[in-house]
Design a protein around this ligand. Structure first.
Ligand code: NOJ
Ligand code: CA
Length: 693
């Protein structure tokens, strides 16, 4: 069927090992398309390529004017990550397309790796119009069968959802359970967002992660699904005028990516999205510090009536803007004394940072978030003594992490940014958590439209100028830009640990995130919850985390990030000091990682080598079913004996009924050891391996 549409100019390349085969061509209407085979079988059927602007149609009328192929094999050394050395090995095919009436041209550049494909559109200066008002990208990802899909609904503003495991035909049914947030979530439930994962039907399933890399100057992508044809088409997030991107040519789009393997572990190990990003743009990276932190943050989530705001007076006394005239509400954790306690705790346990939320003026205004709300990023509340805390933290060798909640007033934040960053430097802060809760200002924008994509990257770049590290919340989902800007340590951009206090995250949630959301970059998931029985903030409703205590330890390994919170209250850690020892010990930066077992939505087992010692760590998690992890230690170097400290679920542990039952035991391990380790329902295991002298 396909052969009939092929022309003499058909262009085919294979990946370095030959397991992937890409075919690119134009059909009889001059529409460019591609197909992708995996291990001799067609995986992606004929799928169209191109974009449409008000000015120019870049989707048809094309002929292939020339091609270029090359093979690249190189490696690079990330500032931080799961590996100290990353191989970037691919065959490249650049297809130059030309059309007449009107004259126009674009190049589609493909990079075919052994673990997948990336391609992007490159628009050179055009003979006629170099200003393009883009409304539509037609890029397709078409499949031939009713495969399994792991996805969340298409949305212009949020990705904080639980994941569905469904199929093409069942998708509308699965999407029914979600609350509609934006018009992106089509009423018929056929719109989803990336990253998403496919597992093909059949006895030898193939896993495909679809996402994008190096999203800059362009909106995020969603996928509209034809559930009967098993086809997916790109939809670009528009602004509120319906325009997706305003481009001035020359311009290269972000890469569209497919990570492909019949071994689920390869999807987790893949560095394809980073490989498609530009090298590090920061010359001196010595100030970028992977780290662990604690914070007053969780106090606000555990249902004990703590507030970010300093005062309740504000709304009662409209017009009063002088905080010294307002009274503290008495339950404001970001106060000097309380923050000192966290600094003491961090210093005692070797934790690098203390995050303080609710330290600055503006939180009272939060309640009126429909208005033109404003936070001030250099105005501390009267009970938060910046200088005293600066000196105290310094003396204790701890860094305070600043919080910039913007309530989605990104326009105002951009204006305050230099002042805010200078204020941070003046007070010895070198990391900031940003937030964009609410509807974006300017009103014309969505959280993932072109303007916001640019805003958030601009914040990371300007932070780099001040040698500030960034952890962004409610930002467009990551696409590997942290390779180029490694001061951008982590993002939220998914449903995080905070939801454990708002209904809970089922154990399957953290078994799917590494296959999907994490492919674009690390997540500030906030693991380390020891008290899993909670009350919802402000509502007093009961909530329970979908996890045993031990599983929370394992998350430091299965959810790798250079920025890891120990989220729970110090008093909860003090109840379980022997388990907390693991959080003290576990590194946040690795020289090597090996995925031992994996199945999306069900389980992950991974081994990692510390970047700064010879210690290894192993973490495993399961969904709500008990499971035996089969840990084969052959990844260890031969001839070395290790003392393994195993943090395991007790026999009767269960995330629901007995989450805090754990045991710690020590065994001796070599590269010949094979361990069958039981994980409780919703449980896990965390192991530290230290070479014996
Ligand atoms: C939502 C963020 O995810 C959370 O971490 C933060 O505490 C609140 N917004 C307030 O900024
Ligand atoms: Ca959030």
């Amino acid at each position: 069927m396909l052969a009939a549409t092929l022309t003499a100019s058909a262009t085919v390349i294979t990946s370095p090992s030959g397991n992937l085969r890409l075919n690119v061509d134009v059909d009889t209407s001059g529409a460019p398309f591609y197909t992708l085979d995996y291990k001799g079988k067609q995986l992606v059927e004929k799928s169209l390529l191109g974009i449409k602007s008000d000015e120019t149609d870049f989707t048809q009328g094309f002929a292939i004017a020339g091609t270029d192929t090359t093979t690249v094999d190189r490696s690079w050394q990330p500032v931080w990550g799961e590996y100290s050395d990353v191989r970037d090995h691919f065959r490249e095919l650049a297809v130059k397309l030309k059309a007449a009436n009107p004259d126009r041209e674009m190049t589609v550049r493909f990079r075919l790796f052994d673990d997948g494909l990336g391609f992007r559109y490159e628009f050179p200066v055009q003979p006629k119009n170099n200003y393009q008002t883009v409304r539509d990208e037609v890029t397709e990802f078409n499949f031939a069968d009713n495969h399994n899909l792991y996805c969340i609904p298409g949305d212009y503003d949020t990705d904080e959802y639980l994941w569905s495991k469904t199929t093409f035909t069942q998708l509308p049914q699965a999407m029914k359970s979600y609350r509609r947030h934006s018009e992106a979530q089509r009423a018929d439930g056929t719109s989803i967002q990336t990253p998403m994962l496919i597992k093909t039907t059949g006895d030898k399933p193939v896993y495909v992660n679809i996402h994008e890399a190096a999203l800059k100057g362009y909106p995020a992508m969603l996928l509209d699904v034809d559930t009967a044809a098993y086809d997916m088409k790109t939809r670009l997030v528009p602004d509120r005028l319906g325009v997706a991107a305003y481009l001035q040519l020359p311009f290269n789009t972000p890469w569209r990516t497919l990570i492909v393997s019949d071994d689920a572990r390869d999807i987790l190990a893949s560095q394809l999205i980073y490989n498609l990003n530009d090298p590090c743009a920061i010359e001196d990276t010595s100030w970028i510090k992977p780290q662990k932190f604690v914070g007053v943050w969780w106090e606000m989530f555990v249902g004990n009536n703590r507030t970010w705001a300093y005062s309740n007076d504000w709304l009662a006394k409209p017009g009063v803007t002088d905080y010294s005239k307002l009274e503290s509400n008495g339950h404001h954790p970001a106060n000097t004394e309380n923050v000192k306690k966290y600094i003491d705790f961090a210093a005692k346990h070797g934790i690098d940072g203390v995050l303080v939320e609710g330290w600055n003026e503006g939180w009272e205004d939060w309640a009126s978030y429909r208005k033109n709300r404003q936070f001030l990023f250099d105005k501390p509340y009267p009970d938060f003594d910046v200088e005293e805390l600066r000196d105290y933290a310094k003396e204790k060798g701890v860094k305070i992490i600043m919080h910039h909640e913007t309530a989605a007033n990104a326009a105002d934040y951009a204006l305050q940014l230099d002042r805010a960053f200078q204020y941070m430097k003046d007070n010895n802060y070198d990391a900031v958590k940003t937030g964009y809760v609410g509807a974006i200002i300017p009103r014309s924008e969505h959280h993932t439209s072109q303007w916001m994509v640019d805003h958030v990257l601009d914040v990371a770049k300007r932070a780099a100028d001040y040698q500030i590290m960034v952890d962004s919340h409610e930002a467009p989902r990551p696409t590997g830009l942290c390779r180029t800007w490694p001061n951008w340590l982590a993002q939220e951009s998914a449903r995080g640990g905070e939801f454990e206090s708002m209904g809970g995250n089922p154990p399957s949630h953290t078994c799917i995130l590494p296959f999907t959301r994490l492919k674009g970059g690390p997540m500030d998931y906030t693991p380390g919850l020891f008290e899993t029985r909670l009350e919802t903030y402000g509502e007093g409703k009961k909530s329970q985390a979908g996890s045993t205590l031990v599983r929370q330890l394992a998350l430091y390994l299965t959810m790798p990030s250079p920025l890891q919170m120990a989220c729970d209250l110090p008093e909860n850690y003090e109840r379980f000091p022997d388990a907390f020892k693991f959080i003290e010990d576990v590194p946040v930066d690795w020289s090597y990682s090996k995925y031992l077992e994996a199945e999306p939505y069900e389980y992950i087992t991974v081994a990692r080598r510390d970047k700064h010692s010879d210690d290894w760590y192993v973490g495993a998690i399961t969904d709500d079913k008990a499971r035996n992890a089969n840990i084969d230690f052959s990844f260890l170097p031969a001839g070395v004996k290790y003392e393994a400290t195993i943090y395991e679920d007790a026999k009767d542990a269960d995330w629901k009924t007995n989450p805090q039952a754990y045991k710690i035991r020590k065994i001796s391990v070599t590269n010949k050891t094979k361990l069958k380790q039981r994980l409780a329902p919703g449980g896990g295991v965390a192991i530290r391996l230290v070479p014996r002298k």
